[in-house]
Design a protein around this ligand. Structure first.
Ligand SMILES: C[S@@+](CC[C@H](N)C(=O)[O-])C[C@H]1O[C@@H](n2cnc3c(N)ncnc32)[C@H](O)[C@@H]1O
Length: 222
């Protein structure tokens, strides 16, 4: 499979206001939550639905919290992020890796070594999302779920230009387009899981299954 940039995205789509190394921006730990409790509960519920107990999970772009359901035990949860102090403080992680995915999009994991993966409120910071998602498709077992969640806020200077140009619905479509371009995902679902009535931050998700999938597999939006 080629790792060439995908021609369907204009080159400026992945530019950011702050092009300095991400290591500088993430140097100091931020022991904060990036979405409110209602939106976090929606993320946790998705994980409850998609990630089986006793499975091996990868929390990509992780911090000091993983939002996994407290009542569920997993065999192993590996985190990958930019700040070591945050990752060390994360009580759900069995192991962690500090890696800048915008410098090195190749994941340091064996092929087909995880049963599921999550990217929470972070996909908008990837300058090579197609390459990273292709790598995620490699390290997940066939049919394993990937749950990508996001709300309507971000660190503006570090989000890619394409993210700023789109609204919530556009973000769902953009993430689905990244997955299609990666070429090793199927059963892509676009979900609006915003808490109702709308008192909390909105919460959107794109879920997909690893592997090429059965021929004719459709996508769903709800
Ligand atoms: C808004 S925080 C979200 C953290 C966590 N997923 C959560 O739900 O609270 C963005 C996260 O993306 C990670 N991140 C940002 N840029 C990254 C990069 N270039 N490579 C790897 N991780 C990155 C940071 O370490 C940070 O933890």
């Amino acid at each position: 499979m080629s790792s060439e940039p995908t021609p369907s995205f204009p080159p400026n789509a992945f530019r950011r206001q702050d092009e300095s190394p991400d290591a500088l921006f993430y140097q100091a730990p931020r022991f904060v939550t990036h979405i409110d409790d209602g939106a976090i509960a929606a993320v946790t519920q998705l994980y409850r639905e998609y990630f089986p107990a006793n499975s091996t999970l990868l929390d990509l772009m992780s911090s000091w919290v993983s939002h996994l359901p407290e009542e569920v035990a997993y065999q192993r949860v590996v985190g990958l992020g930019m700040n070591e102090a945050e990752l060390r403080a994360n009580p759900r992680l069995s192991a962690y890796v500090v890696q800048d995915l915008n410098r090195q999009p190749t994941l340091p994991f064996e092929t087909a070594s995880f049963d599921g993966a999550a990217i929470c409120v972070s996909i908008d910071y990837l300058t090579q999302p197609v390459e990273v998602l292709r790598e995620l498709g490699r390290v997940l077992r066939p049919e394993a779920p990937l749950v990508i969640t996001f709300s309507n806020r971000c660190f503006p200077s570090k989000a890619i230009a394409a993210w700023h140009a789109l609204d919530d619905h556009g973000h769902l479509q953009l993430v689905a387009q990244f997955l299609r371009a990666a070429g090793n995902w199927h059963a892509i679902e676009l979900l609006d899981r915003s808490p109702r009535p709308r008192r909390s931050d909105p919460l959107f998700a794109v879920v997909a299954r690893a592997g090429a999938g059965p021929a004719g597999q459709t996508e769903a939006e709800s």
